[in-house]
Design a protein around this ligand. Structure first.
Ligand SMILES: Nc1ncnc2c1ncn2[C@@H]1O[C@H](COP(=O)(O)OP(=O)(O)O)[C@@H](O)[C@H]1O
Ligand SMILES: [Mg+2]
Length: 399
């Protein structure tokens, strides 16, 4: 997540400072203090809004290189040249200093600080330690630790991900190997990108098939809708910008469209499957699926649905959903039909996926001290509202 997006919905600096103070104290084994002003003294750390990282001005070349990599590579053709040049300039030591205005002052200074890169995220803050090849993920101060609990539950068993090597029993942090790679949208060679994408989809497909089970449809819908209404009640009145009335109209409508007798196939889904959560280890020529903090029991095809319609960027979602209903899955997932039985979702499947998506977005909105509704949830409700206004889903289930 970009620092700008995070700052739009929460106290970015306050959460960053308190998380690092707590996390670094536990990591260093003694109390570490973090201040905002030079007069307090200490080791200075730069907050870099363009690269969305926190680092030392004298960070090692490898650390700066990693930070600019995510920024420098883009698959948007017209941006490629300017972003590459700007990224290269930004990686120069002097530019790191000039652009990053805000600082944190750390007392006592951390040893090996020049080898560390801090990446702020949605519910966690990740520290990459290039000297030891370890990535340590801290739960953000004041945020739910459910995400780390889930990552730990899933990623201590074998599967299509990096194994967690150590964790806090109270889920305040975990550790995993550091991968010197880049996420799928930053792989600029389209042939290689397609190959890694396929490999990631196949890995996930295998995992979902292995963990699939059938459960009673009505019981499952009760569970999802129960969670949704609890979260709406929790957020109502405290989260500005949430269209509670629209949600109260939408949910029963989706539920009715998704209902029926018999069973439904579910699995241990990833929950946030998107290209940005595929990390490619270029040297080992291998993709890893990262970010399992929303993993949980959902319909087996939920992850593919999210990937196919780009549900994590809800802008324009309504028209992509119409397209999915009318034409079927896009090319990236369409040819998985035979590989593991992913077929074009029916209107009923789609209604259930949309309830699951609302449930996930509401969980996110309820998981931290936000001063406004996260943009993803706001837009999702808007897009689904526009679908409903055009008569979808129809009130009575059709055969
Ligand atoms: N094991 C790792 N080694 C190196 N970088 C990583 C690793 N895991 C994640 N990252 C980097 O951190 C970023 C955010 O990680 P992610 O788990 O997706 O958290 P978020 O919840 O913030 O999206 C990724 O886009 C990737 O650049
Ligand atoms: Mg992610």
């Amino acid at each position: 997540m970009r620092i700008g997006e995070i700052a739009a919905r929460e106290d970015f600096f306050g959460v960053l400072a308190s998380t690092l103070q707590e996390g670094w104290s536990a990591w260093a084994g003694h109390s570490v203090d973090i201040g905002y002003t030079r007069s307090e003294g200490g080791q200075s750390w730069l907050v870099h809004p363009l690269l969305s990282v926190v680092l030392r001005a004298d960070a090692h070349r490898e650390v700066r290189g990693f930070a600019v990599e995510e920024f420098r590579n883009t698959t948007v053709p017209w941006r490629r040249a300017p972003q590459w040049v700007l990224g290269t300039l930004l990686g120069r030591r002097i530019a790191v200093r000039a652009v990053a205005r805000k600082r944190l002052w750390v007392r006592p200074g951390l040893p090996q600080a020049r080898s560390l890169l801090v990446i702020p995220g949605g519910r966690t803050i990740r520290q990459l330690d290039f000297a030891n090849g370890i990535s340590r993920v801290f739960a953000k101060h004041g945020f739910s630790r459910d995400g780390i609990a889930r990552e730990t539950k899933v990623r201590t068993k074998p599967g299509p991900f990096l194994r967690i090597t150590a964790h806090d029993p109270a889920f305040g942090w975990y550790e995993e190997p550091l991968v010197r790679g880049r996420t799928l949208p930053r792989v600029t060679d389209p042939v290689a990108r397609r190959r890694y994408e396929r490999a990631a989809l196949e890995q996930l497909g295998g995992w979902l098939t292995t963990h699939a089970e059938s459960i009673d449809r009505r019981a499952y819908l009760d569970l999802v809708c129960g969670r949704i209404s609890d979260r709406v009640a929790q957020l109502e009145g405290t989260t500005p910008g949430l269209d509670v009335a629209a949600l109260r109209e939408l949910v029963p409508r989706l539920r009715e469209r998704g209902s029926g007798s018999g069973t439904i196939e579910v699995s241990q889904t990833h929950g946030d499957f998107q290209a940005g959560n595929v990390l490619v280890d270029v040297r080992r020529d291998k993709p890893f699926i990262i970010d399992w903090e929303y993993s949980g029991l959902r319909t087996r095809d939920f992850d593919l649905f999210v990937y196919d319609v780009g549900a994590r960027s809800p802008e324009g979602l309504a028209s992509r959903l119409r397209r999915l209903l009318e034409i079927g899955p896009g090319p990236a997932v369409g040819d998985l039909r035979r590989a593991w039985g992913y077929t074009r979702p029916t209107a009923r499947d789609l209604a259930v996926h949309l309830l699951e998506e609302l449930d996930r977005a509401l969980e996110e909105a309820a998981s931290g001290p936000f001063h406004t509704t996260p943009a993803g949830l706001r837009m999702l409700v808007q897009e689904l509202g526009s679908l409903a206004a055009s008569g979808w889903p129809p009130l009575r289930p059709q055969s």
